[in-house]
Design a protein around this ligand. Sequence first.
Ligand code: HAM
Length: 415
Amino acid sequence: MTTQGKFQAPRGTRDLLPADQPRWSWATRTMEELAREYGYGRIQTPGFEDTELFRRTAGAGSDIVQKEMYTFEDLGGRSLTLRPEGTAPICRAYVEHGMHREPQPVKLFTVATMYRYDKPQKGRYREHTQWSVEAIGSDDPALDAELLQVYHELLRRLGVTQWELLLNSIGDGQCRPGYLERLNEWLDAHEHVLDDEARQKRATSPLRVFDVKSERVQAALADAPKIGDSLCAECRDHFADVRGYLDAYAIPYRIVPTLVRGLDYYTRTTFEYVGPEGGKASALAGGGRYDGLVEEIGGPPTPGIGFGAGVDRLMLALENEALGPEPPAVDVFFVLHDDAPREPVLRAMADLRRRGFACDTDYAGRSVKGQVTLANRRRARHIVEVISPAEVILRARGASDYTAPLEDVLSRVQL
Ligand code: HAM
């Protein structure tokens, strides 16, 4: 973290500077607007949880549990883990606060930082921010489609055009065991095409072999049986309904029979919105159903569905398509000549700010020319040049200059 005595942000983390903020707040504000319109209430859970919560729900064989958790023991000897994902904590809160007694589904969202000891690269960080959107307590396929439409609507409102929705159903406790048997038989017969990573994934969770990095193994797996062909009647009907509702929303998607997610809690619908670059770090959002998760952490049997959308990845997509608001301009910049008293100007600024104007002046002893340059850099909508309180020039873009006493000039400043 230090090079030659200088500190740097820890590897895999980033500073979000003022220049990044307009785009960031535009995106998160739009997420909050959507949450309100679709009936999702904000929830904030702690930044760390009991380690066991993630171990039990993400799955012992998941990358998260195997190599990515920031786990530590606190001074009281408890094992805690910085939140690597948002769904298990939200379901924990759902159970802990008895939300199953409220009208179902309970729709919750959060925008929060997540921590994974991932290999840092563009779009992949050790601290990232996720918009986590969860609808708990209904297995209605129309809810799956609505949730998919929420993210689609976010992309539409922000103007992002380069994306693709990948969709799959990975079955449930009824049909998946039979499928896994067939998959295992195929894997036994094709042991020679697997590499170490595939063997390792297979040992912990056979479905996850489809997640291997090697293109050679991926190509060989094209012939392996896919869960889509083994769905039970209920899962098949549910998936058909989800697709029908997506068609009603006119949301295009591609069925990817090998789309398995990196966490163990998923059932039935799984999906990813991916960006233009392809590859692992391009997923803008990912999620699916988790009909057994609430029960697994001690609640009553409760279906649920949700997604996590990376805000950092969305920023890259926005930059890529040059989308985003202009940096904020200052409304009024005061330029003072040498002899001009500062007191009336400071009072005037406080007064204007109270009326909602963004104001500023020079605090570095610049010449009049230097002050005007600074005002222009700040894209000032009005420049108020104070020669003396009785002689003040108001300059506004697209209007002729106006010279009058300070009070008079201030009354002409409009938002
Ligand atoms: P996930 O696919 O692991 O799912 O993460 C969701 C999204 O978070 C990804 O699609 C990506 O945009 C972003 N993301 C993940 N890891 C990183 C990283 N290291 N750096 C930057 N962005 C990242 C989940 O976490 C589930 N909890 C999603 C969910 C909610 N499923 C149901 N409900």
